[in-house]
Design a protein around this ligand. Sequence first.
Ligand code: GTP
Ligand code: ZN
Length: 211
Amino acid sequence: MSTLLDTTAEEPELTTVSRLRVSHQSEGIDLDEAERAAAAFLSALGVATDSASLKDTPKRMAHAYAEMFSPRPFDLTTFPNDEGYDELVLARRIPVRSVCEHHLLPFVGIAHVGYLPGKGILGLSKLARVVEHFSCRPQVQERLTKQIADWLDEHLEPKGVGVVIEAEHTCMSLRGVRAVGSNTVTSTLLGTLRKDARSRQEFFALTGMNP
Ligand SMILES: Nc1nc2c(ncn2[C@@H]2O[C@H](COP(=O)(O)OP(=O)(O)OP(=O)(O)O)[C@@H](O)[C@H]2O)c(=O)[nH]1
Ligand SMILES: [Zn+2]
């Protein structure tokens, strides 16, 4: 699956409201082929699919993974920061649902995403949309955290960005080491939030985390 973004609309314009269409260019999902592969996979694991309730399971598997790998397109709406708001904007506890690229098992948790505005402020829902955008593909948590932060930094040009993700990996809880209930915390800080100790402290305090 490609990680390219189709950011075809105009560049953010800071004196007016701007919209940037964001969509994900996958290399194409072939549901029929995925269904055939799922049927072969189940058969190889000794799971019979000839009962009424399992008959459509390969199809359901194909659709389930296709859905988890298909982020919804959205408009990145940016407003001019007319009031010169210069404190932290933080969206807390954004749900994270992704799939670990090593086992293709889900990892789920929450993200705290914040920024220190520059010339523009972002429509608030877009912070959660950016999280979804980078979650809907095979991932590792470290890359997901950094991609969200880097992308906001590039497209919003804020004074600082902070992203924290806490997630439970089912590949660690349901199988393997079976560390049920453990979760993993990752963070990326950029700009002022990285360089200035007071801003960094404030960011972590507002997320409810002790650095
Ligand atoms: N760094 C990182 N590792 C991850 C992530 N998701 C899963 N993993 C790890 O990827 C590793 C893959 O290790 P392998 O030794 O190849 O796989 P494995 O034999 O199934 O490993 P176990 O899970 O220890 O049984 C495991 O340690 C997983 O816990 C992630 O988001 N970030
Ligand atoms: Zn895994």
